[in-house]
Design a binder for this molecule. Structure first.
Ligand code: ACO
Length: 327
């Protein structure tokens, strides 16, 4: 059976670190509130010249280097992002240009914090169709560009980052991506959305003044849906593969809030020491959070061949999804 296998991982963050104490001088908040309500201690924030495609390019080069694959060998670049460099061209095409991936085609998928899991699911299908393919699945965000820095409800949460996996084909039936599970419910869109910038409410001076190009979220409502949906789709992934919570070696949930991750792990009966957590250092980096965590776990030796890894994402839309991987 053909499966897609992760043959390289990479990640990148901007240079500048912004601590909770730094935010105390911008909005009415405290390090104590942010740490206890979210688990976040610091985040990376882009400065001039650091863009979604530039971070993603650095992360892609790291993944390619790990696998010993050159940019010219890449067939496809699929990017999950909600903060592209521009509306057009797509971020995948820009990464293709930066890398010199002359053979590849690139495009974006648009699923907020679930963007990477959606991108990985799409990449998986392409590799299965053409087992010789080399595909970069990317999650990259400069969320700081769509953050309302006057809104303490949201601005303390987000950070900028990029994470990438390089997928290749394998005939070894026991390894690779075992299953992907994608879900959405557009009826709940208003709980987490960006009101302006699209055709419904195009850019205007008024829109800019009201900062309506920024993320608006009803945090506590999103919290409840996130816990339920993350647990539900993770359970589905385990059932489809006839696995029990005890079989999961590493659970990598979207890093939105430490309390969400704990509740989901509790509900699934996955011990907290098997849950990958790095939200303290990065904040919520939307579609970048899972591939950054996966790259850290991979490079630090936390993942061994044969380990079962469960990825679990939730974001605006609402969108959510899980991926089961045999490492
Ligand atoms: N500093 C201090 N106080 C604050 C801050 C802050 N930064 N932000 C909010 N508060 C206050 C509120 O004003 C409120 O005060 P009040 O009681 O006087 O009105 C109080 O703290 C409690 O506010 P809640 O919103 O109820 O706080 P909650 O415990 O729900 O935590 C949070 C808020 C962290 C946003 C949480 O709801 C959450 O994590 N939600 C889910 C986020 C998520 O999963 N998003 C999905 C992915 S994101 C994406 O797709 C881009």
């Amino acid at each position: 059976m053909n499966r897609s296998v992760i043959i390289g991982t990479g990640s990148a963050v901007p240079k500048k670190v912004v601590t909770n104490e730094d935010l105390e001088s911008i909005v009415d908040t405290s390090d104590e509130w942010i740490r206890t309500r979210t688990g976040i201690k610091q985040r990376y924030i882009a400065e001039d010249g650091e863009t979604t495609s530039s971070l993603a390019t650095v992360a892609s080069l790291r993944a390619l280097e790990m696998a010993g694959v050159s940019p010219e060998e890449v067939d496809m670049i699929v990017v999950g992002t909600t903060s592209p460099d521009m509306i057009m061209p797509n971020t995948g095409a820009l990464i293709q240009k930066h890398l010199g991936a002359t053979k590849a085609f690139g495009f974006d998928v648009y699923a907020a914090c679930s963007g990477f899991v959606y991108a990985l699911a799409v990449a998986d299908k392409f590799v299965k169709e053409k087992p010789g393919s080399k595909i970069l699945a990317v999650g990259a965000e400069i969320l700081s560009s769509i953050t309302d820095w006057q809104d303490r409800n949201t601005c303390v949460l987000f950070g900028d980052a990029a994470g990438v996996v390089l997928l290749g084909g394998s005939q070894e039936s026991d390894r690779g991506i075992l299953s992907t599970h994608l879900r959405s419910d557009g009826r709940l869109w208003e709980l987490l959305h960006i009101p302006g910038g699209g055709c419904v409410y195009p850019p205007s001076a008024e829109m800019a003044e009201k900062r309506d190009y920024c993320i608006r979220m009803q945090g506590n409502e999103v919290f409840k849906h996130a816990v339920r949906s993350l647990a539900g789709v993770a359970r589905e992934a385990m059932e489809e593969n006839q696995l029990k919570p005890d079989d999961i070696d590493l659970f990598i949930p979207h890093q939105a809030n430490m309390r969400i991750m704990k509740k989901v792990a509790e509900s699934l009966e996955i011990p907290i020491d098997r849950v990958y957590v790095n939200i303290d250092r990065y904040g919520n980096t939307s579609s970048a959070s899972i591939p950054v965590a996966l790259d850290e776990a991979n490079r630090s030796g936390r993942l061994k061949r044969g380990d079962l890894v469960l990825l679990d994402a939730f974001g605006g839309g609402f969108t959510w999804g899980a991926v089961m991987i045999r490492w």
